[in-house]
Design a protein around this ligand. Structure first.
Ligand SMILES: CC(=O)N[C@H]1[C@@H](OP(=O)(O)OP(=O)(O)OC[C@H]2O[C@@H](n3ccc(=O)[nH]c3=O)[C@H](O)[C@@H]2O)O[C@H](CO)[C@@H](O)[C@@H]1O
Ligand SMILES: C=C(OP(=O)(O)O)C(=O)O
Length: 418
């Protein structure tokens, strides 16, 4: 199993190119299943989750051609609507096959994704919404079996804000008969990107980016082209890495407007932030890092996918920072690993009280999920000695060439076969 070796090497400096967003590329690739003609998607990051998605699309009968970061999906000859456990278990976002397959082909059988290290992560909202649109759904032997002659538009009020829940129902509604209204919809930038893509293919979606989506069903989607938006979480991860090392970096091909809550917290932490249309510079040179309180909430608030990185920031910064996690019930698995490196963190229910820990020491630590792994790499950039991060397959799910990008900024990080 591969590992990262990370050794502190002073401030990160230079430019880093931000990849396309994993959490936008995944729903967009699944949405291609709705189109009767080929679609071309650019700025698709090269990630493990994207490979898994290609495998699923191919299993359904789609042709997938990849040239660099551009992908052509031809879903004109889909002949199978079954997503097996073996693939779904490696990627929760596989649940995004359900809405498109059911909506276009009238049937789908998708394995329940199950929980993961960060929480139970049920999919009841996806299922309830599809049932309200007329689908017959059974959940047996770990599989969701759904059928519907043609889905019918419905008025859906979501009990909780769910990102993939909103995406699945939005995709299903594009080919439903009549109008669907989704209230209490997620407002993440990735939802907007998906809506833009679907509208390019002929869907009629309005309200993306607000909490009410209106989808007028159409009978078919045609082909089209789309560029995936920049990854705001990858951007935020590099910015935190620069902040804790006292660095000065510029993230290029980024989307500053999608990251306002995070940029505000970085300013509060003492960083000098400047932005242009598609770049963000963080300069920490000669500035004092201060701890910040953060509370995770749905967009446009502070994202849960940046929580672990800010936990590290708070142990490197002077003062006491309180990190409150309100989205997932178990998203502090990085804390015991950071404690092994000397981080002074006290867990109290859904909060982590982080104290300035001047002497972080390298240790062998274990990645438990994607962002937890990122936080361990960041801690390694400032710890004394060489940190060994195990199970980095988690990080490969969501960061494109992270070690190459960090090396270009001056970091000492190496991938080895452990
Ligand atoms: C591929 C993708 O885009 N993943 C993102 C997506 O995950 P994902 O879409 O799975 O997360 P959700 O927004 O659905 O989850 C939010 C909360 O709602 C709960 N819930 C969700 C659905 C449901 O049917 N029932 C239910 O109770 C979840 O357990 C969680 O407590 O949004 C999360 C929250 O911003 C991010 O951390 C993930 O990176
Ligand atoms: C939790 C995440 O992803 P997923 O929903 O795919 O597990 C993430 O991107 O941080």
């Amino acid at each position: 199993m591969q590992q990262f070796l990370v050794t502190a090497n002073g401030p990160l400096q230079g430019e880093v190119i931000i990849s396309g967003a994993k959490n936008a590329a995944l729903p967009i690739l699944f949405a291609s299943l709705l189109a009767e003609q080929p679609t071309i998607i650019s700025n698709v990051p090269k990630l493990k989750d994207i490979e898994t998605t290609f495998k699923l699309l191919q299993l359904f009968g789609a042709e997938v051609e990849c040239t660099g970061n551009t992908v052509r999906v031809d879903a004109s000859k889909i002949n199978n609507q079954f997503a097996p456990y073996e693939l779904v278990k490696t990627m929760r976002a596989s649940i995004l096959a359900l809405g498109p397959l059911l909506s276009r082909f009238g049937q789908a059988e998708v394995s329940l994704p199950g929980g993961c290290a960060i929480g139970a992560r049920p999919v009841n909202l996806h299922i309830d919404g599809l049932r309200k649109m007329g689908a017959e759904i059974t959940v047996e032997n770990g599989y969701i079996k759904a059928s519907a002659k043609r889905l019918k538009g419905a008025h859906l009020v979501m009990d909780m804000v769910s990102v993939t829940g909103t995406e699945n129902l939005m995709m299903a509604a594009t080919l439903a008969e009549g109008k669907t209204v989704i209230e209490n919809a997620a407002r993440e930038p990735e939802i907007v990107d998906l809506a833009v893509y679907l509208n390019t293919l002929g869907a009629k979606i309005s309200g993306a980016g607000t909490d009410t989506l209106v989808i007028e069903g159409v009978t078919a989607l045609h082909g089209g082209e789309h560029r995936v938006l920049p990854d705001r979480i990858e951007t935020g991860t590099f910015l935190v890495a620069a902040a804790v090392t006292g660095g000065d970096i510029t993230c290029k091909f980024a989307a500053p407007t999608d990251l306002e809550a995070v940029l505000e917290k970085l300013r509060e932490a003492g960083a000098e932030i400047s932005t242009g249309e598609d770049w963000i510079r963080l300069n920490m040179t000669g500035r004092q890092l201060k701890s910040v309180d953060v509370k995770t909430v749905p967009h446009p608030g502070f994202p849960t996918d940046m929580q672990a990185q800010f936990t590290v920031l708070n142990v490197v910064a002077e003062g006491v920072g309180v990190v409150t996690e309100t989205i997932f019930e178990n998203r502090f698995m990085h804390v015991p690993e950071l404690q092994r490196m000397g981080a002074k963190i006290r867990l109290e229910g859904n909060t982590a009280v982080c104290q300035y820990s001047p002497s972080l020491n390298a240790a062998q630590v274990m990645a438990t999920d994607l962002r937890a792994s990122a936080s361990l790499v960041i801690a390694g950039l400032v710890a004394k000695g060489t940190t060994v991060v195990d199970r980095i397959y988690h990080i490969d799910r969501g960061y494109e060439h992270i070690e190459h990008k960090l090396q270009a900024l001056g970091a000492h990080i190496q991938r080895i076969d452990g």
